[in-house]
Design a protein around this ligand. Structure first.
Ligand code: NDP
Ligand code: GDR
Length: 349
């Protein structure tokens, strides 16, 4: 029997890798797409086939985590075996500027999904397994190493909303017997990472600087330390969590941590540039409360799920930098041919 999955957040970094993984494993994949004035499906365009094509196995539905009725309708239509909630206002700094919206989407959005699954699976007697995208940000001020046993101390509206969603997921498991699992994923990046997150902001800027398309890179706190892996490895852990006999909560991390400054130095070093000539600190990128050090202990994921990361820090830096160097080359070629008059607005967050 073909399994059916619904991915909320399919257009995001993780959603696109998870859709690839599930299609490779012969799932029928359904994804929620937000209505926007332009196209917002860049990351999954390579997977898309016209629904009239008999080979099509990925289907998109308009929806939003703020719209509970729509979520219910899609769940009833699709009747998925597995639901992955990856949808979120996922930028920590933005959450200080839009706390109410972030709470509505990241906390209440998860609750809306859980409520719909609870009702539909009770009425239909169909099990719908649920994955909630929890985050290392929930640990916030808690000192490293952080594991499943570490108490949460969120440091942003984003993290507080994710803590709510985490406990709602645990509660629906305990109260109603739902197969509901929380991943507590540490930072994971990729060639598809949003350009306002620090790693991609650095690789985009450094490669453009290398080709004379940009002069400076302005960053915030260079001392914050993060445990960075590759997104493609991390979506496999999500899938594994829903293949277990019993639902549970898992830390997914590499176990290594590096300051932002080291990421900068390695990217510029890879391009044979001296980063200190180009990087300036601008306090506008500081957060009202910062998360200083994240370093996860992935022992449970290793032993129970049999999961471990394949891509390490150096390879992550190399892959992202090489990818963005290609993008910068394309941009330079277009500019020199007179086809590009203005560079696209680069990350300001
Ligand atoms: P992205 O920001 O790349 O993707 C977020 C996705 O959520 C996008 O598809 C976005 O749609 C969608 N979305 C945003 N708002 C809504 C809404 N109101 N209703 C429905 N969908 C919405 O995040 P990532 O792929 O990096 O992360 C996936 C999830 O994992 C997020 O929940 C994030 O908070 C969490 N997480 C991420 C980590 C990381 O390091 N990447 C670590 C730990 C947790 P659109 O494309 O239209 O914007
Ligand atoms: P984070 O990722 O907040 O950890 O959340 P981000 O890349 O935004 O920041 C990492 C660290 O870098 C510092 N920093 C800057 N950050 C940004 N964005 N821009 C800058 O110019 C800059 N300069 C320094 C930050 O202060 C921070 O310490 C990500 C998101 O994907 C969340 O959704 C996810 O839950 C967590 O990772 C785990």
């Amino acid at each position: 029997m073909t399994k059916r999955a619904l991915i909320v957040g399919i257009t995001g970094q993780d959603g696109s890798y998870l859709a690839e993984l599930l299609l490779q494993r012969d799932y029928e994949v359904h994804g929620l797409v937000r209505r926007a004035s332009g196209f917002n499906t860049d990351r999954i365009d390579h997977l898309y086939r016209d629904p009239h094509d008999p080979e099509a196995r990925m289907f998109l539905h308009y929806g939003d985590l703020a719209d509970g009725t729509g979520l219910r309708r899609i769940l009833q239509q699709v009747m998925p075996d597995e639901v992955y909630n990856l949808g979120a206002q996922s930028h920590v700094k933005v959450s200080f500027e839009q706390p109410e919206y972030t709470g509505d989407v990241d906390a209440m959005g998860a609750l809306r999904l859980l409520e719909a699954i609870r009702d539909i699976s009770t009425l239909s007697d169909k099990e719908m397994k649920f994955y909630q995208a929890g985050t290392s940000e929930m640990f916030g001020a808690a000192p490293p190493l952080q594991s499943e046993a570490t108490p949460f101390h969120p440091r942003s509206p984003y993290a507080a909303a994710k803590v709510y969603a985490y406990w709602a997921t645990v509660n629906y498991r305990e109260a109603y017997g739902l197969f509901a699992a929380n991943g507590i994923l540490f930072n994971h990046e990729s060639e598809r990472r949003g350009e306002t997150f620090v790693t991609r902001k650095i690789t985009r800027a450094a490669t453009r600087i290398k080709l004379g398309l940009q002069d400076k890179l302005y960053l915030g706190n260079l001392d914050a330390k993060r445990d960075w892996g590759h997104a493609n490895d991390y979506v496999e852990a999500m899938w594994l969590m829903l293949q277990q006999e019993e639902p549970g909560d898992y830390v997914v991390a590499t176990g290594e941590t590096y300051p932002v400054r080291d990421f900068v130095a390695r990217v510029f070093g890879h391009l044979e540039l001296d980063w200190e000539r180009y990087v300036e600190v601008d306090p506008r990128y500081f957060r009202p409360t910062e998360v200083e050090v994240l370093q996860g202990n992935p022992t449970k994921a290793q032993t129970v799920l049999g999961w471990s990361p394949r891509v390490g820090f150096d390879e992550l830096v190399r892959r992202m930098t090489d990818h963005d160097f290609e993008l910068a080359l394309q941009e330079r070629t277009l500019k020199e041919a007179g086809h590009l008059f203005a560079s696209r607005g680069m990350a300001t967050l």
